[in-house]
Design a protein around this ligand. Structure first.
Ligand code: BTN
Length: 248
């Protein structure tokens, strides 16, 4: 079943009232050779989050997975994830929410001035390809849109909670338009990320595969990696560590 969208972006939409995971459906489409299609569901029964977590996806959310076949190397894929975060934050800001991005790609709403936040949306990017070339990317975007507080996980918020219900078609339309804009202009991604970043200037603790890094987040590298300044124990100059994968 198709939903009619007036999209100023070259994506077609496959709509499902209920699906296990839009990322799984998008992966099927990608494997069949599809490109520039987005799978959208009202509800997911097996939503997946980063780091093999479950992702609660009740009716009323925006559960969306975009299939693209970009001519990039896998090392550039994080820029697509950041582009999706920027697009999501922009659509949320247009809905009247002070949405920011917490590295690597959570879209959050600050609570007070101490760096506290509630999570509004998350991104799960999956890819297939060789070491030097991406074959396809599935960028899964989950936005707690028109969802009551009592259906949200701990530490989360929703568009309904922050600003009242949103027209989800309009929200998806703006999100995809912005995503399309940034994927076509990857050099604009990191500057836009900086403008929306919650993490910069903050003390962070990053769990990464190679071990924990604690310090001040000072920048995002051109690749999308987080640059952390780590205080040295012996009073020498601070050391800068670039973290490309992890969670903080
Ligand atoms: C995270 O852990 O923050 C990422 C959450 C990603 C959730 C979205 S909802 C649409 C797509 N389908 C899924 O199963 N996951 C992503």
């Amino acid at each position: 079943p198709a939903v009619e969208f007036e999209l100023d972006a070259p994506f077609s939409i496959e709509y499902r009232a209920s699906v296990g995971s839009t990322n799984d459906r998008a992966r099927e489409l990608a494997t069949e050779g599809a490109a520039d299609i987005a799978v959208l569901a009202d509800e997911q029964t097996g939503g997946r989050g980063r780091l093999e977590r479950e992702w609660a996806a009740p009716a009323g959310g925006v559960w969306l997975s975009v299939v693209t076949r970009p001519a990039i190397a896998p090392a550039q894929a994080p820029l697509y994830t950041l582009a999706a975060s920027i697009a999501t934050a922009t659509a949320a800001r247009e809905a009247g929410i002070d949405a920011r991005i917490k590295w690597p790609n959570d879209v959050v709403v600050p609570v007070g001035d101490d760096g506290d936040y509630r999570k509004l949306a998350g991104i799960l990017t999956e890819m297939e390809g060789e070491t030097d070339r991406v074959e396809w990317l599935v960028v899964g975007i989950g936005v707690n849109a028109n969802i009551d507080a009592d259906r949200l996980p701990e530490g989360a918020t929703s568009v309904r909670e922050e600003a009242g219900d949103v027209d989800r078609r309009r929200f998806v339309q703006r999100l995809l338009e912005e995503f399309d804009r940034y994927r076509g202009d990857l050099e604009a991604v990191v500057p836009a990320w900086r403008d929306l970043a919650l993490t910069l200037g903050q003390r962070v603790r990053v769990d990464r595969p190679a071990g924990e890094v604690v310090g001040e987040a000072v920048d995002v590298a051109a690749s999308g990696a987080l640059v952390v300044e780590v205080e040295s124990d012996d009073g020498d100059e601070n050391e800068t560590v670039t973290v490309s994968a992890g969670d903080c």
